[in-house]
Design a protein around this ligand. Sequence first.
Ligand code: CA
Length: 450
Amino acid sequence: MTRAETHLNGGSSGDGLIYCHGAGLRRISARFSFSPIPSPDRTMSIRHRLLAAAVATLTLSSAALAEVSLPAGFGIETVAGPEVVSEPMEMAFAPDGAAWVTGRTGQLWRIDTSTRAAQSVGSVATEVSGDRGLHGIAFHPDFPRTPHVFLAYHLTNAPKDKYVARVSRWTVTGSGAASRIDPGSEKPLVEWEGDQAGQHVGGALLAHPKERVLYVTTGENNQNANLRKYCDDPNNKAQSLGDPRGKVLRIGFDGSVPKDNPHVKTPGADPRVFTRGHRQPWSLTYDAPTGLVLEAENGGDLTDDFDEVNSIVPGANFGWPKVFGPGLQTLTRTNHVDGFTDPWFHYPRNTGASCVGALIYRASASGKGFPEKYRGALFYADFSRKSIRTASVNPKTGKTGPGEAFLQGLPAGPLAMQLGKDGAVYFITHGGGAKSSTNDSVARIVWKQH
Ligand SMILES: [Ca+2]
């Protein structure tokens, strides 16, 4: 048993949604058998149920978060607790500063980060099994003038033993607290199919504000999970340009193929493929000052594996399942293999086991936020270690320094770390793995010594 498996299975919330650990995933599969639900129109059903404002009832996580350790001068605040969010997965900020949060079972909430008032803004009928469900969310860069939101989820009527992942665009009606998803407005943009027995589904979305395209991560859908023999992917799906799994796809906001994608003229390639060789790509963030698109990826689960933050550039091959970490051959564990793109940043499993979020810290437009030391630094979140760490980034060379502890002792693993418009770092705590938990929350890290 690896260190990570020990950690995960020994934890109070050790169901291990998506986190690549064989034992945990088998437990999920046993409990959440696949049962397709008829859904003829596949459209969103709206729930206008207004959730109670969360302010008065911030009990759970406030107590639990008091145990968290942070550098002096920082504080942690609960923005929404389990009375608002259930199995929260991903998060995006609207231009008005509100956090829109997806829940695995198909819920979508809007949380005013100033007042902490929350509403349901809609829901999507999604398959919820294994690590599947409603995942990523992104706003059109011109939102709300162009009132489109993108969501990644899994169809309820997939063929037997398969799953079908889909990214669609919906139109939002109303504004502010009255925002609602128009249930009849779904426009599917991309779908891909996988084997339901495998995990690692990706599902992160990034609407690139300058390129004006949508980035979509797809996991490699690990099969015959055996890292020592197959590296999870015996048929090399993540390396195949014709298979959409184990990739970052790049599509137009209408689902079209951008003409400048790297493989539009490669015979046999899916022209939507932008990068390949990914295992379980958990999140995407964009840093405007550097232009970096950073992807957080769960590396393998052996004790000498690494977790990765990759810089997503056209046509890159990040190596899975051929190499892990900085180009090391996955079966020999030591030989370096040329021809693959190294991670932008990677860290060993003694400080992490499942990298789920990465961003470069920037203060708010008005200059509010973390002290100078952290401005321009990398922050990365690790679900299994229930921690967030930081590393310096040399502004001239772009090289990262060594990782160091920042936030430790969370009551549940973090997911979906994103930079707020107020200079705070927001993240989800996802407590239950594959069920709701009293440790489900949206929280933020703030600098208190202004
Ligand atoms: Ca890699």
